[in-house]
Ligand binder design. Structure first.
Ligand code: ADP
Ligand code: MG
Ligand code: MG
Length: 908
């Protein structure tokens, strides 16, 4: 190999080559293992094979990579042998290894770790002699054969109803022996298991389990690289926007053993509470266990801290005596080790200045750290930890703002049960409060069914024994997740928190019968499709459907929003049509209404009659008669909005949609309308047919309505101005902005402006008072953007209607794009769904250009955007850079957009 690239980096008590800053090359796990070594924390020695080797593997295959890495891996292993004083492949006192994957971003459960590598029939005897513990040696061996068989030799089941074939063998043996726990199996049983496992492998794939340690090692390394491309890893990457090209690193590390007896253990811990953000060290562990036993839900894990243990006991309804005797905390059980762990936890959190998620193993009274990383957390915990660390002086304001991903604020806005509804609710089981929020839905037992049912418009709760990465898609669409097994760090819990989804885990009383599609608790049962409800904040499971309501906003949330306000330049308004929506928007800190769609008010109750009468009228006189009925209704609506928005601007858009949207298209609907209108059904039918358009999106809508029927504009302008005067008379400050939609030429704007001004002047004359109002336009046709200079000379404000601007610029309608857009995205025609995140290179160019043209002719022109994109963090950052004054989005996205705006300002 002429390749002189360095692929292997050592870590250990001396000679560590990596560091935390090298995540791209070493993956998160490898970089942090190296960093812990640098901090003098006790970590088993090892080396990391870089992500660049993964890329070579994907391109050139296993043989090539083995040859390429051979020398470096041998040198790395020699280093580990020297550190540990043991030899790899030596039968008397074998060095055993773990082979662990680790990408740049942590991907829980995506890549499989292999433990105890290097064992075979000879080495197991040596290990037993050396440790003076035969059971331990065979326990390690059977775990190794199982993991290797699953991951490298491909015995891991593919279908969801199948169990791991090795687990089936274990269960059979346990049943035969009449025992419940793995720990109750003796040495002879474990030997039996190893024999049966090997036979199983031979029978399934026609090959023997490899006995040569080097063959085992290369097989494991290749399997890690291959796992980067497996389906479940790809699903996770898709959900989390992680590029395929990053690759994973491989960590090869000396084993330490948590299964050496009762002074050994393995566990996970968090420097703060990942669910609530509380500054409280917490975690779970299992005595005499190895690897992922803690998260696999095999035994009930114990709590690391005493306070955590007491809290757990209360939730699990375990008495203090029972707890202290059977589930003592690490703090009580191994006080010295606990102090060391606490010390490491504090040192690591102070070093990384973020909440740490730790993995550790205790081997015969000695603590080893196996992993540290910035912990995943709920949105609520994200906010609380950021704000508390800022108050504690650990991080500054800017860092605190950057710590919270805007999208995750959604978690805080999660629903809770309506207090009235919950009083009558019946608790059927309790589990762990794995991920907060309240959820109500119909039971499904399979992830695929969850997807299907949600597709059909149902709300579902996914109920599983435990979840696995195969369930990701189903989990992501369910309202909530309930598992019968698993702790706070189980797959379901970790993934649900990551998704901000309600989850109750480890509800031990719940029995899941997958085949019968039934969930049993005691002698009661619930079938697929039955309703249940979950409280992910308390762990309670309820019978039936329970009404939910929006969450209260906590103090830290308020503090975060205040910080955002301090740094954001781009303002955030809301799209709101009703006083209720406007009130929500205000509560979330919207600094105005950026879009009130007047037509949304037309559908309610009796109003639609007047609207239809207007549409059906044969002439202007008829229309005016109907409009006169609408005037007081609209005026009252506007008054409501102005009252709520006291002191903040309100942008009101004139009637926009094509009129056919207001009339029924089916015979039955038309018959009802005919009766209501007291005309013949035939007449209705004719008029509806008249309104039919081949392409309504490009048809008679927007200001085109006001151009052909100026009396509509006139009525709306009058309603707005009268409402403004009325609310001002109540002592409120009213700031009106009237917006003309769908303008393509300045002449359209001028014509509408004339009608509006005339109507306003008439009101002023009648009332003998005036009020200031602004007159502006939407920029939502490409032509409007192109001629923004001439429009800007007349209009006092622009608001980009990016939904229409996207449709018209790209030349596809949002309603039809579903047919091809998924394929387009898959094939990379466009990087993102342009209706979700603004197409910066195309549509964005029109925005930038129109801003520049508008500002040239009218430097003080107010510019905003009111499309769907106003609530998308990436788009918000773009609009900040484009120099807009505000974005406007749905009320519930206001906090998200505000944080995104602040982050954009910090990014400069
Ligand atoms: P994941 O990426 O899924 O967290 P890890 O590589 O961290 O996987 O491995 C899972 C678990 O295996 C660890 O939490 C630890 O308990 C165990 N493990 C990994 N390496 C070692 C080791 N060198 N000695 C003992 N246990 C190990
Ligand atoms: Mg794992
Ligand atoms: Mg880990």
């Amino acid at each position: 190999m002429s390749d002189s690239t360095k692929y292997v980096y050592r870590f250990g008590p001396t000679g560590t080559e990596g560091a935390a800053g090298m995540k791209n090359l070493l993956g998160g796990k490898g970089a942090n293992l190296a960093e812990m070594c640098r901090l003098g924390i006790s970590v088993p020695s090892g080396f990391t094979i870089s992500t660049e080797a993964c890329t070579v593997f994907t391109e050139k295959g296993k043989a090539h990579v083995m040859a390429m890495l051979d020398t470096e891996v041998r040198q790395g292993l020699a280093y580990v042998e020297q550190q540990m004083g043991k030899r790899f492949g030596n039968a008397d006192d074998p060095l055993l290894l773990s082979v662990r994957s680790g990408a740049r971003a942590s991907m829980p459960g995506m890549m499989d770790t292999i433990l105890n590598l290097g064992l075979n029939d000879e080495a197991v005897a040596g290990l037993a002699r050396k440790a003076g513990n035969e059971r331990f040696a065979w326990d390690s061996y059977r775990r190794f054969v199982q993991m290797y068989g699953d991951v490298v030799m491909g015995l891991k089941p593919v279908s969801k109803e199948e169990h791991d074939p090795f687990e089936v063998v274990i269960d059979m043996l346990k049943e035969k022996k009449g025992v419940q726990l793995d720990t109750e199996l003796d040495t002879a049983d474990l030997k039996e298991l190893v024999a049966r496992f090997k036979a199983l492998i031979r029978a399934r794939i026609g090959r023997d389990f490899p006995t040569d340690p080097w063959e085992q090692l290369w097989g494991a390394v290749a399997a890690v690289f291959e796992s980067w491309n497996n389906d479940r890893a790809q699903v996770y990457r898709e959900l989390n926007d992680i590029p395929q090209s990053w690759g994973t690193a491989v960590n090869v590390q000396a084993m330490v053993f948590g299964n050496l007896g009762n002074s050994s253990a393995t566990g996970v811990a968090f420097s703060r509470d990942a669910g609530t953000g509380e500054d409280l060290f917490n975690g779970e562990f299992l005595v005499n266990a190895q690897g992922e036993d803690v998260v696999a839900g095999i035994r009930t894990p114990q709590q690391v801290t005493l306070i955590g243990s007491r809290r757990w006991a209360e939730l699990a309804m375990v008495s203090e005596a029972d707890r202290a005797a059977n589930y003592p905390s690490l703090e009580e059980l191994m006080p010295e080790i606990y102090q060391q762990l606490l010390h490491a936890e504090t040192a690591l959190e102070n070093h990384f200045k973020d909440m740490q998620d730790l993995e550790f193993t205790i081997q015969e009274g000695r603590l080893w750290m196996l992993q540290t990383r910035n912990g995943k957390r709920t949105g609520a915990a994200m906010v609380r930890i950021a704000m508390e660390m800022q108050r504690q002086g650990m991080i500054d304001e800017k860092t605190a703002l950057e710590r919270v991903s805007p999208e995750r604020l959604n978690d805080l806005l999660h629903p809770i049960f309506a207090p009235g509804a919950i009083k009558a609710a019946k608790i059927i089981a309790r589990g762990l409060p794995a991920s907060p929020g309240a959820a109500t839905g119909q039971i499904v037992f399979h992830a695929d069914d969850a997807e299907q049912w949600v597709h059909e418009g149902k709300a579902v709760i996914l109920v599983r024994q435990e979840t696995s990465p195969e369930d990701l898609r189903g989990m992501s669409v369910a309202k909530g997740i309930l598992t019968a097994r698993g702790g706070m760090t189980s797959h379901a819990a970790v993934v649900a928190r990551g998704m901000g989804k309600c989850c109750v885990s480890g509800a031990g009383a719940v029995h899941v019968d997958l085949k019968a599609r039934v969930m049993r608790v005691g002698d009661q049962s619930w079938a697929e499709g039955d309703w249940i409800s979950l409280n992910g904040s308390t762990g309670e499971v309820y019978d039936g459907q329970i009404a939910t309501q929006e969450a209260e906003l906590s103090g830290d949330f308020g503090a975060l929003m205040a910080l955002a306000a301090k740094y954001q330049r781009l303002q955030v308004r809301a799209n709101a049509d009703t006083p209720t929506d406007a009130a929500v928007a205000r509560r979330f800190g919207a600094t105005g209404i950026g879009l009130c769609r007047t037509e949304h008010m037309f559908f309610e109750g009796e109003r639609i009659l007047a609207v239809r009468e207007m549409i059906l009228a044969d002439d202007e006189a008829g229309r005016r008669k109907a409009l006169a009925k609408l005037l007081p209704i609209q005026r009252a609506d506007f008054e409501g909005l102005f009252r709520v928005m006291d002191g903040l601007p309100v942008v009101i858009r004139l009637l926009d949609p094509p009129l056919h949207e207001f009339v029924p298209h089916d015979d039955a609907g038309q018959a009802v309308m005919a009766r209501e209108m007291r005309v013949s059904p035939a007449k209705i039918k004719m008029r509806v047919e008249d309104l039919h358009e081949f392409n309504p999106m490009l048809g008679h809508r927007g200001c085109r309505l006001g151009i052909t029927y100026p009396e509509i504009t006139e009525m709306q302008a009058r309603a707005i101005i009268e409402a403004a005067l009325n609310v001002r008379a109540e002592g409120k400050k009213v700031m009106v902005e009237i917006m003309v939609p769908l303008v393509g030429t300045v002449r359209e704007f001028n014509a509408q402006a004339m009608v509006i001004r005339k109507a306003a002047d008439q009101v002023f004359q009648q009332r003998g008072e005036t009020i200031h109002y602004m007159l502006g336009t939407m920029i939502e046709t490409p032509r409007g953007a192109l001629v923004a200079e001439s429009i800007g000379r007349q209009a006092e404000f622009f608001s980009f209607g990016t939904n229409d601007l996207t449709q018209m610029t790209m030349g596809f309608s949002r309603d039809d794009a579903g047919k091809f857009l998924p394929d387009y995205l898959k094939q990379g025609m466009y990087e993102q769904d342009p209706f979700r995140s603004i197409d910066q290179k195309g549509v964005g160019l029109l925005v930038q250009m129109a801003v520049q043209k508008g500002r040239t002719v009218r430097p003080e022109i107010e510019i905003g955007i009111c499309g769907e994109h106003g609530g998308d963090p990436t788009s918000v950052a773009f609009f900040h850079r484009a120099g807009l004054d505000y974005v406007s989005c749905s009320p519930f996205r206001v906090p998200i957009a505000r944080l995104a705006a602040a982050q954009a300002a910090l990014a400069g």
